[in-house]
Write a protein that binds this ligand. Structure first.
Ligand code: ATP
Length: 363
């Protein structure tokens, strides 16, 4: 069992303009599953490779269980990495593949057999142990790859997009299994993904990275409900949050699509960005009254449906409100058709407020 600490971790590739990782500070608690998430090129894989020792930092340290391992060879860091894809030896059986890391470490045959059986039982692949990778499905191969990591009982698991080559249904199934397995084993884990759904559903905490810089760390719900800035707000949530530039006009903030009362008790700049989650826009057919609607101080926006994407349980609606695009979510199929006039209602208390200049959240 171990904690993992990164301090000022920096990596500059000679050919690049900006550092791939610019002074990353991050602590992963003992037994915690931390998801490192961000768009392509933000430095996630670089961070993981530095933790594993597959690459050397230009600055900063990596500590595992309180020991500075920055200069320790990968094989002596006591971490197991699970990659995307399946780097499984084609000529070996699943049993041999899983036992291989133990053999390399000189673990005796009986002990090896016992630990492989144990891991296979945990992963429900006991019946597949005599097969070779070519005789396994994508999901089964990924379980074998996972098995190879867990037989070693390492201090930490490092996952680099392990599910990205699988189809959507299998990915959804395996992410639940994998998170449950890691929790059962209680092994400190860093899980890298660009998939915000994996981040939201799997992580005890999420660390959001952008262009080599950490934006925010916290439990998934806290990050979703209180994002540090417009980037984090825009990265988590499907469809993406509406970010609407508004300008102060007396006691209100006014934009092209809507006008909102200034939030009580906070000093906002003259130019602000209102963040409106699609699920907070309640869409109903027909035209409505302008401005505030209802006794609860709800705000109403007139719009027209541009695109409706029915997903079954819900429909994503893309609206046009006087030239401003709005994304909304509605339950089930019972939604207006493209071209139809609608009203979108919003409770101003659901709005997130950001500084228009820095993008930082202010309310
Ligand atoms: P993805 O999700 O696409 O894998 P990532 O977040 O894992 O992206 P990294 O692979 O860590 O991103 O890359 C971070 C940045 O460093 C990118 O701009 C990338 O082009 C650059 N980079 C990575 N490896 C090298 C290298 N060996 N030489 C030069 N630049 C590199």
């Amino acid at each position: 069992m171990a904690t993992l600490s990164l301090r000022g971790l920096t990596r500059r590739f000679p050919s690049a303009e900006r550092p791939a990782l610019a002074g990353l500070d991050l602590d992963v608690d003992d037994g915690e599953l931390l998801v490192l998430v961000g768009p392509s090129g933000c430095g996630k894989s670089t961070a993981l490779r530095l933790i594993a020792g597959l690459d050397s930092p230009d600055g900063g340290t990596v500590s595992i269980g309180g020991r500075d391992v920055s200069r320790v060879a990968p094989e002596d860091r006591d971490v197991a990495m699970v990659f995307q894809g399946y780097a499984l030896y084609p000529h070996m059986t699943a049993r041999d593949i899983m036992g291989f890391p133990l053999r390399m470490r000189g673990v005796a045959r009986e002990e090896r057999a016992r630990r492989v059986e144990e891991a296979a039982a945990l992963l429900a692949i006991g019946h597949l142990l005599e097969r070779r990778p070519g005789e396994l499905s994508g999901g089964e191969r990924q379980r074998v790859a996972m098995g190879r990591a867990i037989v070693r009982a390492p201090a930490a698991f490092l996952f680099d997009e392990p599910l990205s080559n699988l189809d959507a249904a299998l990915r959804a199934e395996l992410r639940v299994e994998l998170a449950a397995l890691v929790r059962r084993l209680g092994t400190t884990s860093v899980y890298v993904t660009h998939d915000q759904v994996e981040a939201m559903t799997m992580g005890d905490r999420i660390a959001v990275l952008r262009a080599g810089e950490l934006q925010q760390v916290g439990p998934p719900r806290a990050i979703y409900e209180a994002p540090a800035n417009t980037f984090v707000a825009g990265f988590l949530g499907t469809p993406a949050i509406n970010l609407l530039p508004l300008e102060r006009s007396g006691e209100r903030y006014v934009g092209a699509a809507l006008s909102l009362p200034a939030p009580p008790g906070v000093a906002l700049p003259d130019r602000a960005i209102a963040g409106v989650r699609p699920e907070h826009l309640r869409v109903a057919p027909g035209r409505g009254s302008h401005g505030d609607a209802g006794a609860q101080g709800e705000v109403e926006v007139e719009a027209r449906v541009v695109v409706a994407e029915p997903l079954g349980a819900e429909t994503f609606l893309y609206l046009d409100a006087g030239g401003t695009r709005l994304r909304a979510r509605a339950h089930g199929f019972a939604t207006p058709a493209p071209g139809e006039a609608v009203r979108a209602r919003l409770d101003p208390r659901d709005v997130l407020w950001f500084d228009a200049g820095s993008g930082a959240r202010i309310a």
